[in-house]
Design a protein around this ligand. Structure first.
Ligand SMILES: Nc1ncnc2c1ncn2[C@@H]1O[C@H](COP(=O)(O)OP(=O)(O)O)[C@@H](O)[C@H]1O
Ligand SMILES: [Mg+2]
Length: 288
């Protein structure tokens, strides 16, 4: 279903289990209406990948995912010629002409091409992991929803895919890419929204515990840590605490589960002990 307003977009995402901030719902709504890619930048674990999945479910269009990595090239992202099959056919039919070998049946479509071939939500995930030159490949796809294959011609989408690009901002993405997109910075949620996410994603968590978890994590995010915990960590931690049958946060439980939240020893060392105790005391007084 194509949402007809910002409210409908937010409600539709919520129905898929995604809590969208007003600004994000607006950006998503406009991206859909204007048929422009949505470019999402932000810390890891803030729901960038998840919104593409939720949009796919909401719109009823399959998700085509391109996970970016160092060394990703056209062959990995868009298409490849099936050399093995070409060789076989040459052996079988000596009369085969060169142009016969570059027919669609010899083409192996990868994510970008597949997304143009049938209606879909195209997720170009963690674009900052790909090498900079790769971004140039994307320009034609993002602005024209087409790919030019030298041996074959232009392949154009009958229905432009809904495109979501994400970046964890380990480097800047080129202006040429950003210019074609609607941009939104995905921030950590505030306490109210994070509690809402937690209720949706970990429905079994006792209310009192959920509130403490959220406040503790919100407190952690104010510290000077190498890597701040994202929403993914909030959810993981809650699940871990449920497994331990914890009813509320106490110093020992926090101490023994910090590794679910923080993945760097320096961060753990910083929080362990007095800092954790201070955060616990603070949230106790906040919750009254
Ligand atoms: N706004 C949100 N609403 C619902 N769940 C969320 C939200 N943000 C994050 N999550 C949860 O956190 C997890 C991590 O989010 P993800 O999209 O993978 O982060 P990112 O791609 O930004 O690193 C998701 O699996 C999802 O369960
Ligand atoms: Mg992601």
């Amino acid at each position: 279903m194509m949402p007809g307003s910002i409210d409908e977009t937010a409600a539709g995402l919520l129905a898929q289990g995604y809590v969208a901030q007003r600004e994000l719902a607006t950006a998503a709504f406009l991206a859909l209406r204007l048929q422009r890619p949505l470019f999402l930048e932000g810390e890891p674990g803030t729901g960038k990948t998840e919104i593409a999945k939720s949009l796919s479910a909401l719109l009823g269009k399959p998700l085509v995912r391109l996970q970016c990595y160092e060394g990703l090239d056209l062959a990995g992202a868009a298409y490849e010629w099936n050399y093995a099959r070409q060789m076989l056919e040459i052996k079988a039919d000596a009369g085969l002409k060169a142009e016969d070998l570059f027919a669609p049946r010899f083409l192996i479509p990868r994510a970008l091409l597949r997304a143009l071939q049938s209606p879909s939500v195209l997720l170009i995930d963690e674009l900052d992991r790909a090498d900079e030159p790769f971004e140039a490949f994307l320009l034609e796809v993002l602005s024209e929803y087409q790919i030019t294959i030298p041996e074959l011609g232009v392949i154009r989408a009958a229905e432009p895919p809904v495109v979501v690009i994400t970046s964890n901002r380990t480097r800047e993405i080129h202006d040429a890419v950003k210019r074609r997109c609607l941009y939104h910075w995905v921030d950590f949620p505030d306490a109210k929204r994070e509690l809402e996410i937690l209720r949706l994603r970990v429905p079994g968590a006792p209310e009192a515990l959920a509130k403490q978890i959220v406040l503790f994590i919100q407190g952690l995010r104010k510290l000077d840590l190498y890597k701040l915990p994202g929403v993914a960590e909030t959810i993981e931690w809650s699940r871990a605490l449920l497994e331990l049958n914890a009813l509320e946060l106490d110093p020992l439980t926090v101490q023994s589960t910090l590794g679910v939240l923080l993945k760097y020893q320096d961060d753990i060392a910083k929080v362990q002990g007095s800092e954790a105790a201070r955060l616990l005391a603070q949230l106790r007084s906040e919750l009254g």
